[in-house]
Design a protein around this ligand. Structure first.
Ligand code: C5P
Length: 397
């Protein structure tokens, strides 16, 4: 990782501006140097003295007028211009090349690949077609647009449009700066999240997978230059633009999507928690309560998708996940062999399921074994992909 990253943070007039001092501290802890530029609209929402103190640098605003050539000096200085929160207004300006204050002038004078936006606005503004079109324009120009979160907004309503948390922004920003090209040109297929097997129109059989590990793998693979296809069961995940997402519900749908995209893949990582069984019968009418005793639901095995891919894998690199509740790595090694994988990631339910961190052991069919400590899922994903890339390079050396 490079010594010091230079991050210019642009703050526009969203309430989430108050979270930026915390973000600056996180970025500095990760070794970044930070400077701040602020719009008029943001000035009342976050203390400039606080920003100056936590960043250790002057705060730039329209007061220090453009005659000073700040826009050129700052855009040359920055490795990344991170605009957060990014209001609908600033998003619209950047989409249309409007440069009417220091921040938007900077956005126009920096290469688009160095620009990252973390939007924050009210749900109606977020869903407005004008905003949707502007975001698409930015993504098409290669600008990184982070996802928004959902929850309670400053206006009191619940919905999409919250700025994602400073911890997530810091993680993505630092990963972005550390990006490499080791998977450039590789087609990476990732399965993620839980599958759902319907029992009746209301009930499903599913599991507690959050899809966070799969999403982290997709993000990190993108940062390494891969072309990513993401087959996902129902899960909330934030993915960078450019990931091709295929939403599925059942194990059989997941199998169909994976088999189709496996044909052109170079690497496939099965991070999904696939339901091993599905009900034999689907009740088209909601099953009614039976006061007189137990009911029995007969289950039939789902296809083992990974084992099926293992049979036709050719020279693709195939990775499975082995989530265990009590067994050790031996069971994972046995699964790797049985399912025809090149690598398997052993993890345990209590240190993984639903969490933002994971503790994994990477096991290779070449006898490779690397036990990682508890790390964020993004960091875990980065190391897993790095090990895959090393093996691919080794195979072609
Ligand atoms: O045997 P187990 O379910 O622990 O195997 C885990 C691995 O196999 C994971 O990579 C999972 O995505 C995959 N799997 C599958 N199809 C199933 C069950 C699991 O592809 N029906």
């Amino acid at each position: 990782m490079k010594g010091t990253y230079r991050i210019l943070i642009g703050i526009t007039g969203g309430i989430a501006a108050y979270k930026v001092p915390h973000l600056i501290r996180l970025l500095k802890k990760k070794g970044a140097e930070v400077k701040v530029v602020i719009t008029k609209g943001a000035r009342g929402l976050v203390g400039e003295e606080t920003l100056r103190t936590v960043s250790g640098n002057p705060v730039y605003s329209d007061d220090l007028s453009l005659y000073d050539m700040d826009h050129i000096r700052l855009s040359e200085w920055a490795d990344l211009f991170l605009i957060c929160p990014s209001t609908a207004n600033t998003i619209a300006k950047i989409a249309h090349g409007i440069a009417d204050n220091l921040l938007s002038t900077l956005a126009l004078s920096i290469p688009e690949t160095k620009l990252m936006l973390s939007p924050a606005m009210n749900t109606v503004m977020w869903e407005n077609q004008a905003t949707r079109n502007n975001i698409q324009t930015l993504k098409d120009r290669g600008i990184s647009v982070l996802p928004v979160g959902s929850g309670e907004l400053a206006c009191g309503v619940c919905g999409e449009g919250r700025m994602i948390e400073p911890e997530q922004i810091a993680e993505v920003a630092i990963s972005f700066l550390g990006k490499s090209d080791i998977l450039k040109g590789k087609k990476v297929l990732i399965s993620s999240g839980p599958t759902e097997e319907p029992l009746d129109p209301v009930r499903v059989i599913t599991n507690r997978s959050s899809g966070k590990m799969g999403a982290a793998l997709a993000r990190q693979a993108m940062l390494m230059g891969a072309d990513v296809t993401f087959v996902s069961g129902r899960a909330c995940h934030s993915l960078p633009s450019g990931v091709k997402v295929i939403d599925v519900v059942t194990a059989e749908q997941m199998q169909t999507a994976l088999c189709e995209h496996f044909k052109t893949a170079d690497i496939c990582v099965m991070a999904a928690a696939v339901s091993d069984y599905r009900p034999v019968n689907y009740f088209s009418d909601k099953i009614q309560r039976n006061e007189n005793g137990n009911i029995t639901i007969e289950l039939t095995p789902n296809p083992d998708i990974l084992a099926g891919l293992g049979k036709v894998k050719g020279n693709r690199f195939l990775v499975g996940f082995s989530l265990e509740s009590s067994a050790g790595v031996q069971r994972a090694i046995a699964k790797m062999e049985k399912k025809g994988c090149d690598m398997i990631i052993y993890n345990r339910a209590e240190t993984s399921l639903g969490l933002s961190t994971n503790r994994v052991t990477i096991l290779g069919k070449d006898g490779f074994c690397e036990e990682l400590p508890v790390l964020s899922k993004d960091e875990t994903a980065r190391i897993i992909l790095q090990r895959i890339a090393e093996r691919l390079i080794g195979a072609h050396a």
